[in-house]
Write a protein that binds this ligand. Structure first.
Ligand code: FES
Length: 311
């Protein structure tokens, strides 16, 4: 089994375990978040010739040249010397300027910070050594803040801390933005179908507003699915509908999703489809849209990572 050398100690990898899992199993305290290659919180450094393929997704050319890699994605094939990376330069400070509970489970945070972003991208929020990713609902050209919709998870330490302890004017740290789940002007003549479950509609609201502001020519329909009939973002959706004739939306229960899509859109040929929600939801709806005729290149997805009780 390969050995992982970190801070002058050797740790034996247990088979197909990632570098992150080996270090955590040995009670080494290193930052991490999603464990899925998205948040970049677990970035470490090693000699480039020791780094396996496929464990540098989303890193910049410069980071790759410096031998950075994502510990959660790295299953070593040989002994590897790894070093901590100071990512403090990649983090920026943000001030909480609004904290509003949209319903009993959903919090809206607005952050003031110096950041260039596109609606639909995600950022990594940090509390101490733990990181979580959240999609951006606001449009940089229109809103002087980054808006996040955060769902409370009953035993989720991170979301509970934001719900219970975060206060207006608190300063928190974030990384990013990351991701390509954004509106593309090149497709301004194609109808857009935006399908989101839970707070998966947050980036879709941003994408719809971005498209409208860019002068999108075709219809935009948003399907918001949740386990309650009253959607937490109803007011935002109504405001968008009242301001844009091309925009319509509908809310419904998640259980009916595939039927609803099939009934309303017997053919999705020529539609550009954005899907956002939990991994299972995104996979299921992606397949359904493909079966209904949407071209794979027109289906853009963003899946939330399941953090279980840590969320
Ligand atoms: S990218 Fe590794 S923990 Fe998120």
């Amino acid at each position: 089994m390969p050995t992982i050398r970190f801070k002058e100690h050797d740790y034996l990898s247990a088979g197909d375990e990632s570098v992150l899992d080996t270090l955590l199993r040995n009670q080494i305290s290193i930052p991490y978040g999603c464990r899925a290659g998205a948040c970049q919180a677990c970035t470490l450094q090693a000699a480039p010739d020791q780094i396996p393929d496929d464990c540098q997704p989303g890193l910049t050319e410069q980071q790759i040249r410096q031998g950075h890699f994502l510990a959660c994605q790295c299953i070593p094939e040989q002994d590897i010397d790894v070093n901590a990376v100071d990512i403090s330069e990649q983090k920026i400070s943000a001030t909480i300027i609004d904290k509003t509970q949209l319903d009993e489970r959903t919090l809206r945070l607005r952050l003031s910070c110096r950041l260039r972003w596109r609606a639909g991208q995600y950022i990594t929020l940090w509390i101490n050594n733990i990181a979580r990713c959240y999609s951006i609902a606001s449009v940089a050209r229109l809103d002087p803040f980054v808006e996040l919709h955060i769902r409370a998870h009953p035993h989720g330490l991170f979301s509970q801390q934001l719900f219970n302890s975060a206060e207006i004017l608190d300063v928190i740290h974030l990384q990013g933005p990351l991701g390509h789940f954004v509106y593309d002007q090149e497709f301004a003549n194609q109808p857009l179908l935006l399908i989101g479950a839970g707070t998966g509609i947050a980036p879709l609201i941003g994408i719809a507003r971005d498209a409208k502001d860019y002068g999108h020519h075709a219809n935009i329909h948003l399907l918001a699915l949740d386990h309650t009939t009253e959607n937490y973002a109803q007011q935002q959706l109504d405001a968008l509908r009242n301001s844009a004739a091309i925009f319509s939306y509908q809310t419904d229960l998640t259980d009916n999703t595939e039927t609803i899509i099939g009934n309303q859109f017997p053919s999705l040929r020529g539609q550009r489809v954005y899907i956002c929600g939990g991994e299972d939801f995104v996979q299921k709806i992606r397949k359904r849209c493909f079966m209904l005729g949407a071209s794979p290149r027109d289906i853009i997805t963003e899946a939330f990572i399941n953090f279980g009780s840590q969320r």
